[in-house]
Design a protein around this ligand. Structure first.
Ligand code: ADP
Ligand code: MG
Length: 226
């Protein structure tokens, strides 16, 4: 479960501060997708960065499975992020030289001791996730051989490698046409239900809202209801 409790985030802005997230309280429950909509610049990505524990709030709390991430040291926050939070950014950020399967397993190789012992289980997990996103037949393709929608599906599969309890997805459809965009949203909904993640999904495309479990709208950093 992901909870923001009166979380506020500001950025320096000349002599003053720009309030990007304004006392936002929000709960994302396991097995549900909560859509976050709002105009460009309203603070959606800033809110996701708070939820991802990539930035600390100026005030308020960010609770991941009940634990206040804002109170953790940077090292402990990094561990919490690695174990519990999957993030899908707008750009897939895949490594050009790696196959789809390797995009999912490379983190293990860069990780701590025991990588070699974990390798078979990690490879099986990558196979299972590529299958879940419908890419079994594409597992050995590199990014330039994949379509935009397929790259986004690799991105989503990669975010699920560590079996996160929280899944944060920022505008996954922005580079896709309507039909492919809808398929990606449906995929996020299905994986959320199957894997019981508490999912926050940023989208400016209101056409997708009937597919998700709930939605909130941001204007000028604040939530304005659904
Ligand atoms: P959205 O994702 O809804 O488009 P953002 O969270 O990216 O909104 O931005 C919210 C506000 O914060 C905007 O006014 C934006 O210009 C500002 N902003 C975003 N990131 C930074 C940053 N790193 N430094 C300063 N201002 C920022
Ligand atoms: Mg954004």
């Amino acid at each position: 479960m992901m909870q923001l409790d009166a979380a506020t985030l500001t950025y320096p802005d000349g002599d003053s501060r720009l309030v990007a997230v304004d006392a936002v309280s929000l709960t994302a429950r396991p097995g549900t997708v909560t859509a976050l909509t709002g105009p460009s610049g309203s603070g959606k990505s800033s809110l996701l960065a708070l939820a991802a524990t990539l930035i600390r709030p100026d005030s308020g709390r960010v609770l991941v499975d009940g634990e206040d991430a804002a109170g953790l040291s940077p090292a402990d926050a990094a561990e919490l992020r690695r174990e519990k939070i999957g993030v899908v950014f707008q750009q897939a950020n895949l490594l050009p030289s790696l196959t789809a399967h390797e995009q999912l397993t490379v983190m293990n190789e860069l990780g701590t001791r025991g990588a070699r012992a974990r390798r078979p289980a990690v490879a099986r997990r990558a196979d299972e996730l590529l299958s879940a996103v419908g890419l079994d037949a594409r597992r050995d393709k590199r990014p330039h051989e994949l379509s935009g929608g397929e790259r986004q599906r690799v991105n989503i599969a990669r975010a699920l490698m560590n079996a996160p309890t929280v899944l944060l997805v920022d505008e996954p459809t922005s580079a896709l046409d309507q039909e492919r965009g809808a398929a990606v949203i449906d995929l996020v909904v299905r994986l959320t239900e199957e894997r019981d993640t508490a999912t926050l999904l940023v989208t400016h495309d209101l056409v997708h809202l009937p597919r998700v479990h709930g939605s909130v709208r941001m204007v000028d950093g604040a939530l304005v209801g659904s």
